[in-house]
Design a protein around this ligand. Structure first.
Ligand code: PLP
Length: 418
């Protein structure tokens, strides 16, 4: 029998239905219609284990982190530091190289303000790619404006892959101080060869920042193997709570970086004349830390590793290929992006219909997708479209959801295309 993407998905031993049963939001109550939640690149639903961890953190030992001598505060601090060590293990780094932040956006702004603000000089270049989310673009524009550096862009080709030759060419001019690229594109799903880019960047004396918002949930990640200097991700995209994420950075870089925000928790000694600062990572964590959220993020990472990151990646890859196949069968559907390595995301347009209208019809059919520019307007401009419909998969996604998506797109075509 010919092996189709559909029966490949069915044949993997991965039990997505069992995974799904761990997510209260995905379990419809009696008489309720379930939702095919295919907006996982924007954010993910939370398993019971994470919800329980969050509740335990607020109920069993909630107190200020690093501030108190009472038991709850001491326990909360211990959990927070254990969560830091957990994130470090997940990424393949050391605990004192992990800074807790609100998410990827804040992590990149931290690097742009602190490293960029202290290192960039007029005439220096920050090299980004044509694939970037606005979060890995606008902070560099702000840093360039503040320092007199300039932004350079490595374009993407018609597949949606970064042109590595262009990166090499830019680096050869000797002005690039930092390359900042996504590991996986949120708009197209392109997997970027960051290890190769790290080698190129380092050979030219530049640093590499990797925006890992879309890779951490879908691919095994090891910062040492990637060879990057900074790596950022968001907890809410990897089954964890909102408001927490992490920046990993090489210790020697963090040690040389000035604070970017001032306040409690990041100082050694404060006087009116002079303040001295704590060592990293506390130097970059001004204000009361998000203790319960950090603890629940650690639980999310435990949960994902128990499933197996390779197994999740294989499951999602099978669903992605099934979705590309089913969508391509719908007359008038044009897939946007055809990178040779891709993860989790399929973007498409339906000729003759606006993406927002398609999204509305899909919603009425119980299929939740993202429509719009996906905070990646330069990607839309590259493909000459104002917006796409984007479906993105997670560990709990199923082949039945992919089929529901394809049926709903057919219905959208019948309703919207004259
Ligand atoms: N980078 C990429 C590639 C993303 O997909 C996102 C969110 O969609 C971000 C950065 C920003 O993440 P957050 O909003 O969690 O800070």
């Amino acid at each position: 029998m010919e092996t189709t993407a559909s029966n490949q998905a069915a044949e993997t031993s991965f039990d997505a239905e069992a995974v799904r049963a761990e997510f209260p939001a995905l379990t419809p109550g009696p008489g309720e219609r379930g939702c095919a939640f295919l907006d996982n690149a924007a954010t993910t639903q939370k398993p019971r284990a994470v919800l329980d961890a969050l509740e335990r953190a607020y109920v069993e030992s909630y107190g200020a982190i690093g501030r108190g001598v009472y038991r709850w505060s001491a326990e909360a601090t211990q959990h927070y530091e254990q969560a830091r060590a957990r994130v470090a293990r997940f990424l393949g780094g050391a605990a004192d190289e992990v800074v807790f932040v609100r998410g990827t956006t804040e992590a990149i702004n931290l690097v742009a303000a602190s490293w960029g603000g202290s290192r960039l000089r007029p005439g220096d270049e920050i090299l980004v790619s044509g694939l970037e989310h606005h979060s890995n673009l606008v902070p560099w524009q702000l840093a360039a404006e503040a320092t007199g550096a300039r932004l350079a862009v490595a374009p993407i080709d018609e597949r949606g892959e970064i042109e590595l030759g262009e990166i090499e060419r830019r680096l050869a001019a000797g002005k690039v101080r930092l390359v900042a690229v996504a590991h996986v594109s949120n708009a197209l799903g392109t997997v970027v060869p960051v290890a190769e880019i790290a080698t190129l960047a380092h050979a030219a004396g530049a640093r590499l920042l990797v925006d890992g918002a879309q890779s951490v949930p879908h691919l095994p990640v090891d910062v040492a193997a990637l060879g990057c200097d900074f790596f950022a991700f968001s907890g809410h995209k990897v089954y964890g709570p909102s408001g927490i994420g992490a920046l990993w950075a090489r210790r020697e870089l963090l040690e040389a970086m000035p604070p970017w925000q001032g306040g409690g928790g990041m100082i050694r000694e404060v006087g009116f004349e002079r303040t001295t600062f704590a060592d990293p990572p506390q130097r970059f964590e001004a204000g009361t830390p998000a203790g319960p959220e950090a603890r629940a993020l650690a639980t999310a990472l435990d949960w994902l590793e128990r499933l197996g990151r390779e197994a999740v990646a294989a499951h999602e890859a099978a669903l992605l290929e099934l979705a590309r196949q089913r969508l391509a069968e719908v007359p008038g559907v044009r897939l946007v992006g055809s990178a040779r390595r891709r993860a989790s995301v399929v973007s498409f347009v339906l000729d003759g219909a606006h993406a927002h209208d398609v999204g509305t019809v899909l919603d009425a059919a119980g299929v939740a997708v993202r429509v719009g520019h996906h905070c990646a307007q330069p990607v839309m401009a590259r493909f000459g479209v104002p917006a796409t419909v984007r479906a993105s998969f997670a560990a709990y996604s199923t082949a039945a959801e992919v089929e529901a998506l394809a049926r709903a797109v057919l219905r959208a075509r019948a309703l919207l295309v004259r």
